[in-house]
Design a protein around this ligand. Structure first.
Ligand code: NAP
Length: 251
């Protein structure tokens, strides 16, 4: 890999919002680590597209919801690039639309392991590599929350909403903790975005079906969220930290 260009790790970079972030970041000169959990073909497709356009990318397998997966991600990152300049904590899962009294403890544990603890652990590993306190050169982290953190997900997925609430508190706290160590930490709060995540909720057409409840009368696209993330990760946001940016069409 070329030593010069900055390196961005995007968790869940193989599909949806994460894939858009990878493509856009590569077009802006980042070397991109495209993390995925299980769909290697999707990750390799993103990598091939980036390379075909003259960019630099590598697919890295690893489940952010397990310690084994986290170890695999960061050892591959270190071996391939030997540096880290930015990270987007994008990997996330939902579940079937259920009330709390129907939700299993296995689902609860997995939701928090991936969305909350996984993001916090990835940020921890990033801080260990980027903080000037640890000999790093600084960097930027963007966490992907959800409007569900504010609305609460009643009758649909209060557990998912709670994981995103955790991410928002974490964003504010970590931003203050590492602000003097060259690291900025921000979050985006997408509304209803047209990706495959809605298949896991049992409502594949959710984004289009919800259009009339969104002030802008349409779901957002993965590219629209990616542009907000790229702004926060870039030097254009050099004095922005601890912020949570709504990307929700007014929802
Ligand atoms: P998506 O289309 O379902 O894509 C999810 C991505 O995350 C895939 O690349 C997937 O890889 C990866 N992933 C899932 N579990 C993982 C794990 N344990 N470890 C590593 N990677 C994992 O989802 P999306 O709609 O783009 O959502 C991305 C983020 O935006 C999530 O945090 C989600 O909560 C948030 N968000 C989405 C919406 C929306 O309406 N779409 C709204 C608000 C917030 P594999 O294919 O290999 O599993």
């Amino acid at each position: 890999m070329s030593a010069g260009n900055p390196v961005l790790l995007v968790t869940g970079g193989s599909r949806g919002i994460g894939a858009s972030v990878c493509r856009l970041a590569a077009s802006e000169g980042w070397q991109v680590a495209v993390n995925y959990a299980s769909n290697a073909d999707a990750a390799e497709a993103v990598v091939s597209e980036i390379r075909a356009n003259g960019g630099s990318a590598v697919a890295i397998e690893g489940d952010v919801g397990t310690e084994l997966g986290l170890a695999a991600i960061f050892s591959a990152l270190d071996a391939t690039f030997g540096r880290l300049d930015g990270m987007v904590n994008n990997a996330g899962i939902t579940g079937l639309l259920q009330r709390l009294d129907e939700i299993s403890v296995e689902r609860l544990e997995r939701m928090f392991a991936v969305n909350a603890i996984g993001s916090i652990r990835c940020a921890q590993e990033a801080v260990r590599r980027m903080s000037t306190r640890h000999g790093g050169k600084g960097g930027s982290i963007v966490n992907v929350s959800s409007m569900a953190a504010v609305i609460g997900g009643a009758g649909q997925y209060v557990d998912y909403a709670a994981t995103k609430g955790a991410i928002e508190s974490f964003t504010v706290g970590l931003a203050r903790e590492v602000a003097a160590e060259g690291i900025r930490v921000n979050a985006v709060r997408p509304g209803i975005i047209d990706t495959d995540i809605h298949i896991a909720s049992g409502t594949p057409d959710r984004a289009r079906e919800m259009a009339s409840s969104i002030p802008m009368q349409r779901p957002g696209t993965a590219d629209e969220v990616a542009k907000a993330i790229l702004y926060l990760i870039s030097d254009a946001a050099s004095y922005v930290t601890g912020a949570v940016l709504n990307v929700s069409g007014g929802r």
